[in-house]
Design a protein around this ligand. Structure first.
Ligand code: BDR
Ligand code: CA
Length: 315
């Protein structure tokens, strides 16, 4: 029985784990997906957009508007991760061309329209670089007060043994891809909940080979899609990190995580440290360095994996 339904807008760059996260979001009764916006990141905007449409089409979620967003980061050039997510962005999954049409609004306009329309404050869930979210804040600074907050997958906070970078020694991909956008968002005053590598890179929170084989054996329409999405990553790494599904799970079931509040800045200038999320742990900090991020420190792995398997694979 769901007592409180959270309205969410998902910004995403599918991406294998983004695709899994979209499935989880659409199958989570605690949240209602009001819109999906796509951002350049793991793959180009065109591929990310088509992939989001394909996943929604697969799930018969034709009523959810899907809008195109940024084609490049605010200032820098795009740099994709197709070596991780496959050439299409969806691993080995071969989904038909989507029947769903794209929204005529841009991502920024769709985010703003939904925020105006849903008076009670939707939650933004960002699963890719923060380019679209920063652009929406620049276009309408009052957005920060119109939403309940932003749950985002991004950052490496050095708070657990897994909190180091994945694209460089110190930077996580989503923040690294558009650090200027992340800086705008971090400084905007929007209530932020960070789902970073500190919890998503923990092997206990990942899809293991055993689980993958269980999924691969099932032979249902859904399990075949999940297995096709994950096969390349399993072959290469023996495990699939579930970064974006964890962010969705945190948005739908916040009691899955323990969090702490910190002041964090984004490095935009460093040659070696671009995109680093610099966390201030000094006990005495100047007053203006009040915590701006609620950071996830640990995840109830067992509950999360149960939820993931039930909703993404078996449902
Ligand atoms: C993040 O980057 C992408 O590879 C994933 O989709 C996730 O959003 C992890 O660093
Ligand atoms: Ca992503």
């Amino acid at each position: 029985m769901v007592r409180f339904l959270r309205h969410v807008i998902i910004d995403t760059d599918p991406g294998v784990d983004d695709a899994l996260a979209l499935i989880l979001a659409l199958k989570s009764p605690e949240i209602k997906v009001e819109a999906v916006t796509t951002v350049v990141g793991n793959v180009s905007q065109d591929k990310a957009h088509r992939n989001a449409l394909k996943i929604l089409d697969f799930l018969n979620a034709c009523e959810i508007p899907v809008a195109r967003g940024a084609h490049k980061p605010l200032i820098r050039e795009a740099s994709h991760a197709e070596e991780i997510h496959g050439e299409s962005g969806l691993g080995e999954a071969m989904l038909p061309e989507p029947r769903i049409r794209s929204s005529e609004a841009s991502a920024v306009n769709l985010i703003l329209e939904k925020a105006y329309e849903l008076g009670r404050g939707p939650t933004l869930v960002a699963l890719g670089p923060l380019t679209n979210v920063a652009s929406a804040i620049l276009a309408e600074p009052r957005l920060v007060d119109m939403v309940a907050g932003l749950v985002f997958m991004g950052g490496a906070y050095n708070l657990t043994p897994y909190g180091y970078g994945n694209v460089t020694p110190v930077a996580e991909f989503n923040i690294w891809h558009d650090p200027e956008a992340a800086k705008i968002v971090f400084e905007s005053g929007i209530p932020l909940k960070a789902v970073g590598l500190d919890i998503t890179a923990n092997p206990s929170n990942s899809l293991t080979l055993d689980r993958y084989q269980e999924i691969d054996r099932l032979g249902t329409r859904r399990s075949r899609l999940v297995a096709d999405l994950c096969r390349g990553l399993i072959k290469r790494f023996g495990i699939v990190q579930l970064h974006d599904p964890i962010a969705v799970a945190v948005a739908s079931n916040p009691d899955l995580v323990e969090t702490g509040r910190f002041f964090v800045e984004v490095e935009t200038a460093g040659l070696l440290t671009r995109g680093q999320t610099v966390l201030d742990r000094r006990p005495r900090q100047p007053i203006e360095r009040r915590p701006n991020l609620e950071i996830c420190l640990s995840l109830d792995s067992e509950r999360f994996m149960k939820l993931f398997m039930e909703r993404v694979v078996y449902e």
